[in-house]
Every structure is written in structure tokens, then in C-alpha cells.
Ligand binder design. Structure first.
Ligand code: HEM
Length: 425
């Protein structure tokens, strides 16, 4: 059966018949995976999973984690950062703390460290800055479509490589003041870092470390350069921003850059790919959006992010004993916030398995995080990018559709699509 025709939810799965930790779970058909989370949401209490003993990992296997699957629990953990901290790691596997901060920057920190860093870097994400890049976003999207028309006269190509992937990274590079000639290198580094679990991207720990180090060194040099010779880019704004008399160090900027290049690139790319796929699967929704662009764009973009949930989970660690869903979580235990499940929780969403471009805006949409202090810093930028990309498609390639089977990323963290054939004639 074609992936575009797969039923969306298999309700026959029993809550104790699968293991979320097993990488094979993440290769199961989508309806089975959705069925598994549906079963967990409707089973009493929380489920605990042991961690998977990855054979090549140099790190000890952790003690397991509680799965938060209801919207209420995910929201609660996210909004109570004193009870559920990020500083012991924001992904399931434990890393030495220096490494977690090296890779994760502020996403793996708590206050006051997190507050200080976020206050500085958010100076680059003010509405004024976002408006400033808007023209550039439009220009990039236009150039991309021009390139498609020129290079693929037969009217078909890979949507991910040619449409969804290039723009978000180009925007970040442009915002940060990175020369176009270095973009391909940055693109490769981010692919290796996020595809660490997927063999196709050379998924070894050594490859991951080499890519992160390459990116870190590059960014550190960039930060130092803009400190001496400021330009009108975000790197200069961030390197010169002061909060309570403190500035970012070049190392902090290096780590933040890794977070930014990864967080702002793969996520937006996957939102756009899943969005195109959803518009193909639901032509009536595409029609509705295309025919009332002004009136529908805001809700359509947020529905794409809910539908795609490009970031599947983040993790927190309990600081004291807490009871959630009648289950006692002990101090020191890990919890995993499954955003994918919160965004399908039938107690919050009506018809969660329907893609509805006019679904009323929901402040509790969990695609950008669940309302806590780590809420996505780039949410407004991402929304702009998605809207502009689809606007260009609508105006210039209104018949664009997905024609092949998607190749998914093997990951429990990023809901990624690696390849997706599209056609527009
Ligand atoms: C559709 C696209 C995107 C999605 C789905 C997404 C999703 C997320 C999620 C789930 C978090 C964690 C929230 C939490 O733990 O509460 C996050 C954090 C973050 N995102 Fe995004 N993101 C997207 C685009 C972007 C872009 C374009 C940028 C920047 C260029 C960006 C920068 C960040 C940063 C810096 C953080 C960390 C914030 C903190 O720890 O305080 N993201 N994002």
C-alpha cells in the first residue's frame, strides 16, 4: 500500500506490546506507531522503559525513563522547570555534562545559566530582526523555485533536497553572516550530527564528534572575528550584546551555533516536507488554503507544525518525587516528553488525526515545545519560512504534489524525511 494511503491510526495495539526504546519501533509503519501512543494515552498510569543498550556506545546504559504521553503531563513537566530540569540532559541517553552543554548549549541548561544565555541570544530574535530577514526569506524561496524550473524541465525532482532543505539553512547562514561558499560544509555537519542514529549519514559517534567539533571551531572563529569587526549580522549582535554587564564568550557562541544550525535547519525542513506530503494527501485542504491564502495561512502553518511534530521528544529529569497520572516519579528519574503524542491527544484536539488547515489556533500546540522556558526561540522565524515557501509553491507551482514513497530518517528524535519525490506538471 502506498504511504500516502496508509491508515493513520491502528487502534488494535496493546499498551504493553511494544518498546519505545527499541530502535526497531521507530521503523514501524506510521499507523502502528500512532496506535502505540494512542494505547499509552488511554492506558492507566505512566509507562516506564528501560534504555536500549546501543552496542557501540562508549557511555553506560542509563536507568530508563517514564514516558509522558498525555498533553497534560507533557505541558506540566515543561512548565515546571524547577521540578523537571534540563541540566542533566535533554535527550534520553546520558552524556557527560560538558558534552551535553557542548552539543546542546542552552537547551541542556537550567536557570540561572539558561536565563543569562537566552537573554543574550534572544537579542538576535526580536520581531525587528525577524522582519529584517523577511525580505531575504522571500528572495531565497523565489530563487529556489527559479532554479527548479530551470534545472528540472521534466517537472519532477526530490522535494527534500531541492525545496525543503536548502532554504532554512541558507536563512540561518545569512542571518549569522556566513559566506555562501561555506554553506555546503555547514549543511554536511548538521546532517551528520542529527542523522547520528541513521547509518546512511555515517551514523557513528566518531563522525558525530568530528562534525560537532568542526562546526564549533568554525563558529568560534566567526564569533571572534565579529567581536573585532562587527557587521550587521546576528553573530555581531549576539557577540556584542550585554546582559548585566556580561557578554557571550566565543565558546558559548560556538555551542549556541551548533544548536542553532541543527535546531533551525532540520526542523523547518521537515515541517515543509511533511506539509507538502499532507497537502498531497488532503487535496481538499490544499484547495482551501490556496483559495483563501490571507485568511488561512496562520492556522495552516501551525497545523503543519502540529501534524509534522518535527521534534519527537525532549527529556527532563525530576528533582524531587512527583506524581503524574497517578504514577510516582522519583527524584533523579528521567521523563521523556513525547511531543508527538501530546499533539495527537484526543482530550485536547478534536479529530487529531485529521489534517485541518483551518483548525483554530491553539496556544498549547506542542510542536515548538510545551510552553516552558525552553520554548522554541525560532518559532516565529520558522512560521515565516514555512508560510513563504508554500506561498511561492502556490503561486508558481500550484500543482506540485508528492508522487513517490517517502524515505524516513531512522530516529526517535527527529521526525525526518530524507527523500520525497515530487512533480508539478
Ligand atoms: C518548524 C520548525 C521548528 C520546530 C518544530 C522547533 C522545535 C523546537 C522544540 C520542540 C524546542 C524545545 C522546546 C522545549 O524544550 O520546550 C526548540 C527549541 C529551540 N529552537 Fe526550535 N524549532 C523549529 C525551528 C527553529 C528555528 C528556525 C530556530 C532558529 C533559527 C530554532 C531555534 C531554537 C532554539 C535556540 C531552541 C532552544 C531554546 C531554549 O533552550 O531556550 N528553532 N525548538
Amino acid at each position: 500500500m502506498s504511504d500516502l494511503q496508509t491508515p493513520l491510526l491502528d487502534t488494535t495495539i496493546a499498551a504493553d506490546s511494544f518498546d519505545l526504546s527499541n530502535p526497531e519501533f521507530w521503523l514501524l509503519p506510521r499507523d502502528v506507531r500512532e496506535g502505540a501512543f494512542y494505547a499509552l494515552r488511554n492506558a492507566p498510569g505512566l509507562h516506564f522503559y528501560d534504555e536500549f543498550p546501543f552496542p557501540d556506545s562508549p557511555f553506560p546504559v542509563g536507568d530508563g525513563y517514564w514516558s509522558l504521553v498525555s498533553h497534560e503531563d507533557v505541558w506540566f513537566a515543561s512548565r515546571n522547570p524547577q521540578l523537571f530540569i534540563s541540566g542533566k540532559g535533554s535527550n534520553i541517553q546520558d552524556l557527560p555534562i560538558e558534552m551535553a552543554e557542548f552539543f546542546g548549549s542552552m537547551i541542556a541548561m537550567d536557570d540561572p545559566k539558561h536565563f543569562r544565555l537566552r537573554s543574550i541570544v534572544s537579542k538576535g530574535f526580536t520581531p525587528k530582526e525577524i522582519t529584517r530577514v523577511e525580505g531575504y526569506v522571500r528572495e531565497k524561496a523565489k530563487t529556489l523555485i527559479d532554479g527548479l524550473l530551470e534545472r528540472f524541465p521534466e517537472g519532477s525532482c526530490d522535494f527534500v533536497t531541492e525545496v525543503a532543505a536548502p532554504m532554512p539553512l541558507q536563512i540561518i547562514c545569512e542571518m549569522m553572516g556566513i559566506p555562501a561558499a561555506d554553506e555546503a560544509q555547514i549543511f554536511n555537519w548538521t546532517n551528520v550530527i542529527l542523522g547520528a542514529g541513521d547509518p546512511e549519514f555515517g551514523g557513528t559517534l566518531d563522525a558525530l564528534m568530528a562534525a560537532a567539533l568542526g562546526m564549533f571551531t568554525y563558529a568560534q572563529a566567526l564569533g571572534e572575528d565579529r567581536l573585532k569587526t562587527p557587521g550587521d549580522d546576528l553573530t555581531s549582535i549576539m557577540m556584542h550584546a550585554e546582559v548585566d554587564g556580561e557578554r557571550l564568550t566565543a565558546q558559548e557562541f560556538g555551542s549556541f551555533f551548533i544548536l542553532l544550525a541543527v535546531a533551525g535547519n532540520e526542523t523547518t525542513r521537515n515541517a515543509i516536507s511533511h506539509g507538502m506530503r499532507a497537502l498531497t494527501q488532503y487535496p481538499d485542504q490544499k484547495e482551501l488554503w490556496w483559495n483563501d491564502w490571507e485568511g488561512t495561512t496562520k492556522t495552516a502553518v501551525d497545523e503543519i507544525v502540529r501534524w509534522a511534530t518535527p521534534v519527537i521528544h525532549f527529556r527532563r529529569t525530576a528533582t524531587e518525587d512527583v506524581t503524574l497520572s497517578n504514577t510516582k516519579i522519583e527524584a533523579g528519574q528521567k521523563v521523556v516528553l513525547w511531543y508527538c503524542s501530546a499533539n495527537r491527544d484526543e482530550r485536547v484536539w478534536s479529530n487529531p488525526f485529521e489534517f485541518d488547515v483551518r483548525r483554530p489556533l491553539q496556544p498549547h500546540q506542542a510542536g515548538f515545545g510545551a510552553g516552558g522556558p525552553h520554548f522554541c526561540l525560532g518559532a516565529n522565524l520558522a512560521r515565516r519560512e514555512i508560510a513563504v515557501m508554500f506561498d511561492e509553491i502556490r503561486r508558481r507551482l500550484p500543482n506540485m504534489r508528492i508522487v513517490g514513497e517517502p524515505a524516513y530518517l531512522e530516529s526517535n528524535f527527529i521526525n525526518g524525511i530524507k527523500r520525497l519525490e515530487c512533480a508539478w506538471k
